[in-house]
Design a binder for this molecule. Structure first.
Ligand code: ADP
Length: 383
């Protein structure tokens, strides 16, 4: 547990323990005044019950005297006992030592699912009573792990072009007397430098998209205008491989979003459609409006009749750095980040991206975004 979380949790438990201590004391006073009564007052039980996280007050015989609404579903309480032996041990120790205690406990959630990580803190309240508060740290832990993986992946990916650049620099030094060789190696250095540049900018784009508020500028956007801009950028590249680019437009297909991000998403899809198709292939971009129980949507699909993606790989292509064929991806300057960026951009706009593909037949990537009513949505507002 990080020191910051531990001290925040400690402060919360400290305040709660003091409050509960007071209530228990008052309850005892009332007991003294009016004969035997339950150890905890109804007011205290209600307070515990409505605490946001998982919390419980445990009695002198390890019985649960009060619990919050989520204590059972979080795996802290089962019936009228603590569900985890480690928690029970911590409670007994706190009662014995009359000292607060803290522990991380991994609680099994179900077969095939990752454990839930609970940061548990206990505080003795006197008379054998112990307050237990458990904070679910699973999400924070998952984010930490994702960040660590990402840094490891980026480091690994950066090593390839950097290694190539240093080898090419050596080759140039060795071929100093041969102008043709120098020109050749210098050309390859430019390619590697461009690759490095692409990797860095895509990494930055992805990090920004993973921030808590990735939609910087949300305005009404005519999706076909985005398609026009992107297709224009690829005409030359497609022409050089005799790939036909076609567009099916849809009047009034408007979404609310960030123009640059939507262009980036579509650029990745069109670039892939061209890169993973053979000479003479066809790439079609179709915009349409659809309506379902969840509301109105705008869909933009990029279809190709290229190499296609096997069913097993379809589930993985949206992962960062995943490539079906590393060599082919590298040959077109791919980073393995494009589809991950598309997925995040769609999600940041409240949408999704879907894939249909069959090996040897082609692929269709469809981005679905909430439709916007251009007449009621004004320019420049927040999302
Ligand atoms: P890359 O930079 O390698 O293209 P992406 O994240 O854009 O990375 O795509 C991941 C992988 O998915 C690619 O390496 C490729 O194997 C596969 N892929 C993406 N688009 C297509 C497509 N239209 N047809 C076939 N395979 C594709």
């Amino acid at each position: 547990m990080s020191p910051l979380v531990a001290s925040a949790l400690g402060a919360v438990v400290g305040v709660l323990a003091t409050l509960l201590g007071l209530v228990v004391w008052r309850t005892r006073q009332q007991v003294a005044d009016s004969g035997p009564a339950p150890l905890l007052s109804p007011a205290l039980s209600t307070t515990i019950r409505h605490l946001r996280g998982a919390a419980a007050v445990i009695g002198p015989h390890d019985e649960i005297l009060a619990e919050s609404l989520s204590a059972a579903s979080s795996g802290v309480v089962r019936g009228n006992r603590l569900a985890q032996p480690e928690m029970l041990e911590l409670v007994r120790e706190a009662r014995r030592e009359t000292e607060p205690g803290v522990l991380n406990v991994d609680v099994p959630v179900g077969p095939g699912l990752p454990n839930r990580r609970l940061a548990v803190r206990v505080s003795p309240l006197g008379d054998g009573l112990v307050l237990l508060v458990a904070d679910d740290r699973s999400e924070a832990l998952r984010i930490d792990e994702t960040r660590r993986d990402f840094v490891a992946n980026v480091t690994h990916e950066l090593k390839t072009p950097i290694g190539a650049l240093s080898l090419l620099a050596e080759a140039i030094a060795d071929a100093a007397d041969d102008p043709d060789a120098v020109r050749h190696f210098a050309g390859r250095m430019s390619t590697e430098a461009a690759r490095l540049n692409e990797l860095i900018s895509q990494t930055i784009a992805l990090s920004r998209l993973q921030s808590s508020d990735p939609l910087l500028a949300a305005v009404p956007i005519e999706v076909d205008e985005v398609v026009d801009v992107v297709l224009d950028q690829f005409r030359e590249q497609a022409g050089s491989r005799r790939i036909t680019l076609s567009q099916q437009r849809c009047a009034g297909a408007t979404v609310r979003g960030d123009r640059e991000q939507l262009e980036a998403a579509l650029r990745n899809l069109v670039q892939n459609a061209i890169a993973y198709s053979e000479v003479g292939a066809r790439v079609a971009v179709t915009t349409r409006r659809v309506h379902d129980v969840a509301g109105d949507w705008v869909e933009v699909s990029v279809s190709d009749n290229g190499i296609g993606i096997s069913e097993a790989d379809q589930a993985r292509v949206f992962e960062r750095f995943f490539r079906v064929d590393y060599g082919r991806s590298r040959a077109h300057g791919g980073t393995g980040l494009g589809l991950s960026i598309v997925k995040h951009i769609a999600a940041a706009h409240g949408g999704t991206v879907n894939l249909w593909s069959r090996l040897g037949q082609g692929s269709t990537f469809t981005v679905r975004l909430p439709a916007s009513n251009a007449e009621t949505d004004s320019e420049g507002g927040a999302a």
